[in-house]
Design a protein around this ligand. Structure first.
Ligand code: GLY
Length: 359
């Protein structure tokens, strides 16, 4: 596909200038693509009628979790874990470059996540995850309950065992989106609260509002960081505790079809109570904020990245891994938008894989 030609044609009235590209959607994916392309000389406008970075990227917990989110995910794209691992490998340089450009501390923390089990079902899930990682040649470390509690002394006696995941880290996603907006502006990216011109080369980064992507809500509560808490991300089943410098996040529900941004009082109370069973000091944590985000889900829980028509790229559907996959998505999109071919791994996430599966 002659995508670079398409873009050159779009800029034909200004020979010698970099191509103009419209990015639709100012979430972490759109912002990362904008910054990557602007740094490569493209002229970028990001279009969004909502405030930049205040959707799913703001609502997220900032876990960078190839292991827990992708290695044992039933029904997921067969290469999702490899893609998530490749995405995680870009994070140290991405974080360094973003902090160098903006001075913003991103809370990028490589301390391995601790997954714990409090019942036989969760213990079986951790054993399966450990086996899935080992089969891929990726290390994790099974811990006895006493070892998990020695590592994280605020954990309760409900802890029956653990799995330490060196693949799984965290970052402060709200700091990241704030920094991306700043870095993108510094690199010359314009922001418009409008619809993009039809003729522009477009990169669609519209999350769950994209055709073929389904919304899956998730409610989260943040507590004051004063209460005793784990020093690292702790997960048990679908519950997670994520310590940030200024808050402790507890999430999350998984609610297909839910798009509301407000949280339900009883769900907030339940999340805090469940977290307090794992870590009793959290019972005393004052609630700072509660909200719901919307994960953009594709049928195989993996993103769609690639051309859908001449001059039309899409990068969406990152489901539970939008923060993790933002840097790698931006590099793939920038390569493709500027005329490059995707790597074999990136090509596996082309949007036409769903059309191909339809008889
Ligand atoms: N990645 C965390 C979540 O989707 O809840």
């Amino acid at each position: 596909m002659l995508c670079l030609d398409e873009m050159t044609a779009a800029s034909a009235d200004r020979p010698g200038r970099a191509p103009d590209i419209a990015i639709i959607g100012a979430g972490i994916i759109g912002l990362s693509c904008a910054w990557a392309l602007a740094r490569r000389g493209a002229r970028i406008t990001v279009y969004d009628t909502a405030a930049p970075g205040r959707g799913a990227s703001w609502a997220a917990a900032g876990m960078l979790a190839p292991g827990f989110e992708a290695a044992g995910e039933q029904g997921a794209h067969p290469e999702l874990f490899e893609f998530c691992l490749a995405g995680a490998a870009l994070w140290p340089d991405f974080a360094d470059a973003l902090t160098a450009a903006t001075g913003v501390a991103l809370g990028f923390d490589k301390t391995p996540t601790l997954a714990i089990a409090t019942c036989a079902g969760e213990a079986a899930r951790l054993a399966a995850l450990e086996a899935a990682l080992a089969a891929k040649g990726v290390a994790s470390e099974a811990l006895l309950a006493s070892e998990a509690r020695a590592l994280e002394p605020t954990l309760s006696g409900e802890t029956e065992g653990g799995l330490l995941l060196p693949t799984d880290m965290q970052v402060d996603n709200r700091a990241v989106v704030a920094a991306l907006i700043d870095a993108a502006r510094q690199a010359g990216v314009a922001f418009a609260d409008a619809e993009p011109p039809e003729a522009a080369v477009r990169i669609q980064c519209t999350g769950w509002r994209t055709k073929g992507v389904a919304p899956v809500g998730g409610q989260v509560v943040s507590l004051s960081p004063d209460a005793g808490r784990p020093t690292r991300v702790v997960r048990a089943g679908d519950l997670y505790i994520v310590p940030k410098s200024d808050r402790t996040l507890i999430g999350a529900t998984v609610e297909p079809g839910r798009t509301r941004g407000d949280a339900d009082a009883e769900i907030v109370a339940d999340l805090q109570a469940r977290a307090a069973r794992l870590c009793p000091t959290l019972a005393a944590g004052g609630v700072l904020e509660a909200w719901a985000g919307v994960r953009p889900a594709t049928p195989d829980h993996a993103p769609m990245i690639g051309w859908t028509a001449p001059a039309r790229l899409v990068a969406t559907g990152h489901y539970r891994n939008g923060v993790l996959l933002a840097p790698i998505t931006a590099e793939i999109v920038a390569d493709m938008a500027l005329g490059g071919a995707p790597s074999e791994l990136a090509a596996a996430f082309a949007p036409d894989r769903f059309a191909a599966a339809t008889p």
